[in-house]
Design a protein around this ligand. Structure first.
Ligand SMILES: Cc1cc2nc3c(=O)[nH]c(=O)nc-3n(C[C@H](O)[C@H](O)[C@H](O)COP(=O)(O)O)c2cc1C
Length: 201
């Protein structure tokens, strides 16, 4: 089966790394190719919140999480310091980038065009190439600097899609609650999703 479209999913060091993990799993399940970038802080939060062991690696972690091992051949994983990796270049073709969860530091880097690691460089490139750029903050409350950075990114063409789960589908598990956000991200990427029923259907 061909994995037609390629998405970049960056996991930075904000709380809520499960949003990133479940998005990656959902995109792979929909036969998409995924290029993941993990920040150093993202790895720490993955370890803290989801028991991720960096020694074992991300592919085995996703397998353990329940992702079909056959789909994992469509996943590449880079660390933030791999600044020469494909997503650092505008010539790398992809169909959209998501930073999920997006820390306020990575948000600030993206808003300022301060491309000091592979995540912020890939954000900068995605925006300059006018590709779909989605940032998923979970910070609360927000200060004026956070809000102004979001305005700046919105003006530059990004979509700010806060990790604000919804309740009208009566999610009864943590995964179902997380998937209310994952489903909104997938809608914005134009990828079919079956994780959450649509209102009115
Ligand atoms: C368990 C944990 C949770 C964190 N949650 C957040 C958060 O929700 N939002 C945020 O902006 N930073 C959060 N931080 C702090 C960031 O990890 C820190 O600012 C880091 O420098 C971000 O780096 P990065 O953007 O390169 O991943 C958290 C850190 C830890 C250890």
């Amino acid at each position: 089966m061909t994995h037609a479209r390629n998405f970049v999913v960056a996991v930075s060091g904000a709380s809520g790394v499960i949003y990133g993990v479940r998005l990656i799993a959902a995109l792979l399940e929909q036969q998409m190719t995924v290029t993941t970038i993990l920040s150093h802080a993202g790895v720490k939060v993955l370890a803290h919140e989801m028991g991720y062991d960096p020694e074992t690696g991300f592919h085995p972690f996703l397998k353990e999480y329940g992702v079909n091992p056959e789909l994992l051949s469509h996943l590449s994983v880079f660390s933030q310091e791999e600044i020469a990796a494909a997503p650092a270049s505008g010539s790398f073709r992809h169909d959209g980038m998501v930073v999920v969860p997006c820390s306020m530091k990575t948000l600030a880097g993206a808003a300022a065009g301060y491309a000091d690691n592979l995540i912020t460089r890939a954000c900068d490139v995605t925006l300059k190439e006018r590709r779909k750029m989605i940032l998923v903050p979970r910070e609360t409350p927000m200060n004026l600097i956070h809000l102004e950075n979001m305005v700046r990114l919105t003006r530059a063409g990004a979509v700010i899609l806060p990790a604000s789960p919804s309740f009208y589908s009566f999610p009864d598990t943590l995964d179902a609650l997380v998937d209310t956000v994952v489903a909104r991200i997938m809608d914005h990427l134009g990828v079919d999703q079956t994780r959450m029923p649509r209102w009115g259907e």
